[in-house]
Design a protein around this ligand. Sequence first.
Ligand code: SF4
Length: 416
Amino acid sequence: MTAATRVKGWCPSLLAPMVSGDGLLVRVKPSAATLTLAQAQSLAQAALRDGNGMIELTNRANLQIRGLSPETVDAFAAAMQAEGLAANDGPFEQIRNILASPLGPEDLSATFDSHALAGELEAALAQSPELHRLPPKFGVLIDGGGALSLAGHEADIMLRAHSGGLGLWIGGSDLAAHVQPGSAVEAALALALAFLTLGSSRTPPPRRMRDLVSQMGSAAIFAKAGLAASPRTPPVAPAARPMSGPGWLSLGLPFGQIEAPRLLSLIGKARALGAEALHCTPWRAFVVSGLAEAAIEDLQHWARSAGLIISPDDPRLTIAACPGYPHCASGRTQSRADAERLARSGLASGTSLHVSGCEKGCAQPKAAHFTLVGESEERYSLVRNGRAGDTPVATGLSLDAAITELRKGRSNAPRL
Ligand code: SF4
């Protein structure tokens, strides 16, 4: 590992890997949530060569690559930079957190081209070194609305389609400024600078916009950015998102994970069907675009047989599970295979489930109604309303015994 890459204990990026139970973990942040098929292929090949081949989609539509080592992490980073999937500048790469609605101009029902705006914002951020001091988790969301809108997802600064134009919200506030498309980037940068300026007088400085809002209110932040804001209701999250539309197909990843060989197969199939790109979503799905109508059906058949998710009701979308044994050296149980069994048991409905190969709880840092934690080969402990590292209420459970416990406990599970 060189000076260019520094191990971090939290919030990893490509140049700041995080130590995890299965080695080093890095995040790749495709611009405008999109990879060409050639970029996706390079990423999958590099993940196989330099890591353990496990790739995850995060709730910010980033790709998380697992199982790298100090000997391979630089080669992986260089490969991603060569593909245009990361910046060379470490501080900029760390704060290059722009979540765009997945389809961009390919969503004909969107109000504006979120990808074009994301590109403009990224270029402007690169040219604004004063903003490279933003906290690493600070991010901007750009939602063009339409079929695959980001309604329901949040960020520190949010540009959303609103009332036929653009609304600019900040995290933790119901106030929004109405902006013209031509001034949206300038307004977003002004808000980011206002966050840094106002936050610098606080001890400790806030790490997220919502922290600053709770300390001083949002009106002062909009005023500092030179923006007039008034109460506006943001778009409401849809009950379910469509899985396909004109020219595109959404494919869910079981438990948000895909192995590099399966991703390479998907890329090969998509390429053969004339697809152009792979878009990342914050809801654990890839969207394949550039498909003819007949190709959509073909890809759907292929995806079902490949074990990918093609229905919004698939319970695997709601269970968190880490790779576990044999993919992770720390895994004591086959957490993902066991999560598949749990999904088939019907237990996923109405409760949050987390299956973890050990107490590190990589798949879900927050609490779940029920967390099964790998204890020894084929044995789990059960944590109720907590995290993987919390004190269990039962230990030494086979998966069958755990399912029985979950059935008993589900009816009176409180909301978290
Ligand atoms: S939680 Fe899962 S992925 Fe993380 S170290 Fe444990 S077994 Fe490995």
